[in-house]
Ligand binder design. Structure first.
Ligand code: SF4
Ligand code: SF4
Length: 377
């Protein structure tokens, strides 16, 4: 039996996509030349089961663009593994919902990146995406499917978070908020949140959790939004942060079969194997190829984490965020605790100024957001 339990495989079924999202870390659009074919993909489902995998999240690109999507999704469920589907929600047919219903997925997650059509469509790169995605969400809700909305926050949409929350409250929609990284080729770096803006997103999620019951608005911060803050509650599903799960309970698979400790780590230097060359059970049981993720050594922590009293528990935040900003593992520049540590250098003043600037932009939603932020401090 594997030593680590493979709780979730996140599988990019195809890199082909009908949208062109600015923040897309894998710069999806065209399919990879060497994507797994139907037989290879079905074989991978069997191999994941053999490796003890509990659940599979199918994403893209846009996963519904694969003509064999249903064969793969069915195989996953026939093998008794949980299934989640992450889609941009712009492809619509009655058949999609009938078939999804039959699969009893754990989650059907649709990306919504703005409260307003203009913002969402700008971020998603295609006009009309907002209306299509909402049509998809409403139909999925009608079918009682477990709908989640995933919002990726950048400077383009941070001011619409409050307005977006109002679209989601009391709708039986779970909301996952994450922040944009700068790995994708299309993402203009000036849209990356700075530390104050990043922390403001944390304050906002904390505020939502305090003001709305889980039943009214089940909101969570993704793995990038933590850790061990002195002021903010734990925002992730985990409660207390258990450390990055890449290669420990989570694995990422690209559409050509390349395996990474986590699909968010969008850096080919971290490819550990390919499923066409090794069986998944061998890959997962190979502690050596995952050693940077499974064997934590204090001395590996970078300057942001080395002196942190929570280092042993936290192990240095999200590997993807850490790599994105500092090029190193275990050195998360965007950690809430570290941001608070550095507050002595004028952080709170800069945060207030920045939120004050939002007001000057004469946008009532931004002003509301400002009130939330300032009301908390
Ligand atoms: S400074 Fe590093 S180790 Fe400490 S809580 Fe933040 S990410 Fe974790
Ligand atoms: S790299 Fe980040 S997203 Fe991936 S498992 Fe680690 S904490 Fe989660």
């Amino acid at each position: 039996m594997p030593k680590c339990l493979l709780e979730c495989a996140v599988w990019e079924l195809t890199l082909k996509c009908n949208l062109r999202c600015l923040h897309c870390g894998s710069s999806a659009g065209e399919k990879r030349n060497t994507e797994l074919n139907r037989e290879q993909a079905l074989g991978l489902c069997d191999d994941l089961k053999e490796a003890g995998c509990l659940s599979v999240a199918l994403m893209g690109g846009e996963p519904f663009l694969r003509s064999d999507f249903w064969d793969i999704a069915n195989r996953i469920r026939e093998l008794g593994m949980g299934l989640s589907v992450i889609t941009n929600g712009t492809l619509f047919s009655e058949e999609i919902f009938t078939r999804l219903e039959a699969l009893s997925p754990r989650a059907v997650a649709v990306s919504i990146d703005g409260a307003r059509k203009k913002t969402h469509d700008k971020i998603r790169g295609v006009k009309g995406a907002f209306e299509k995605s909402w049509r998809f969400i409403n139909k999925a809700l009608e079918k009682n499917l477990p709908v989640s909305v995933i919002t990726t926050v950048s400077r383009l949409n941070i001011g619409e978070l409050k307005e977006l929350s109002e679209l989601l409250i009391d709708k039986k929609i779970a909301w996952q908020i994450q922040t944009a990284g700068a790995e994708g080729k299309r993402f203009p770096k000036e849209y990356l949140l700075d530390r104050e803006e990043f922390y403001a997103v944390g304050i906002f999620i904390d505020w939502l959790k305090k003001n709305y019951s889980y039943k009214r608005l089940p909101v969570i911060g993704a793995h990038d939004l933590g850790y061990f803050s002195r002021f903010l509650q734990d925002l992730s599903l985990y409660g207390e942060w258990p450390g990055c799960q890449a290669g420990r309970t989570v694995i990422g698979i690209r559409s050509n079969g390349d395996v990474l400790p986590c699909l968010s780590i969008n850096n080919s230097a971290f490819i550990v194997a390919n499923v066409l060359e090794r069986k998944m059970i061998d890959i997962w049981n190979d502690d050596l190829i995952f050693s940077a993720f499974r064997n934590f050594k204090i001395e590996e922590a970078g300057e942001n984490c080395a002196k942190c009293p929570k280092l042993l528990k936290c192990k240095g935040g999200c590997s993807e965020m850490s790599l994105m900003k500092t090029g190193k593992l275990r050195n998360d520049y965007y950690c809430f605790r570290k941001i608070e540590e550095d507050a002595a250098e004028g952080f709170w003043d800069r945060l207030k100024l920045k939120i004050g600037d939002l007001k000057k932009r004469k946008n009532s939603q931004l002003a509301q957001l400002r009130k939330i932020f300032l009301g908390e401090r």
